[in-house]
Ligand binder design. Sequence first.
Ligand code: ADP
Length: 285
Amino acid sequence: MRGGREHTPPAAAAAGARDEAGDRRALERRLRRIRHTIIVLSGKGGVGKSTVAVNLAVALGLDGRRVGLLDIDIHGPSVPKMLRLERASVEAADDGSIVPVEIGGLKVMSIGFLLRDRDEAVIWRGPLKTGVIRQFLRDVAWGDLDYLVVDSPPGTGDEPLSVCQLVGEAAGAVIVTTPQDVATADVRRSIGFCRALDLPVIGVIENMSGFTCPGCGRRLDIFRTGGGERMARETGVPFLGRIPIEPALGETCDEGLPYVHRHARTETGQAFRRVVDSILERAGR
Ligand code: ADP
């Protein structure tokens, strides 16, 4: 299971041999065992989409759900780093399926596991990306899952398009934004994208929303707040909640420790809890 420099995703060899109907059936068989797929989208990079995806997956697991996390950010996979799985690689099972990496009960698959070194750049055109995403959904031994959380690259390119087209009906999108108007403008495009694909929008999360000074306890709205909520109201999609700026959230994730695992009782831990509850209510339990 290696990809990268020769630009041959693992799907390519198998894909030719498999007839299309059989391929579709194999995909459906796999997806039938996944109750809900949550595709985490953002209009632009750097708004905390991967941070939210990882912490959401971990929080759902802490809630007793069976969870998978699929990282399809082909050009910049950050899930392996956020879970300290940079050295992990995946194995093929006897039946030819791919065994995902498992950590604390969470099943994880990332394009990062297929790259030889983490600085390697992946230069794939759309059809190759679609092929590898299809293989991640069809061939990874996800087993029975309550939730598959998909961390998609920012924007509305080939990867989110492929995953939305492949996963079928039991899916919804969570859109992550920061509060500034410039970021929320991009979210409108993400909502338009979901609507064009008939993908239900579970809701919008406003990340980096306000900061409580640990010294004096005063709340500072560094990027202002409320832009995500306002935009959700204007576009008629649910608002799932705000996650404050929390230096420890950035640090723990950058060090490979999902924040919600360790800091459930903090303001930010509880903000995640509320977001998870809203998602469970809307996506289905
Ligand atoms: P994206 O997936 O949208 O590109 P990331 O999840 O990689 O964004 O986050 C970008 C950076 O911001 C990372 O260093 C991350 O740790 C940090 N970060 C994300 N959310 C927060 C937050 N609420 N508070 C502080 N830092 C955050």
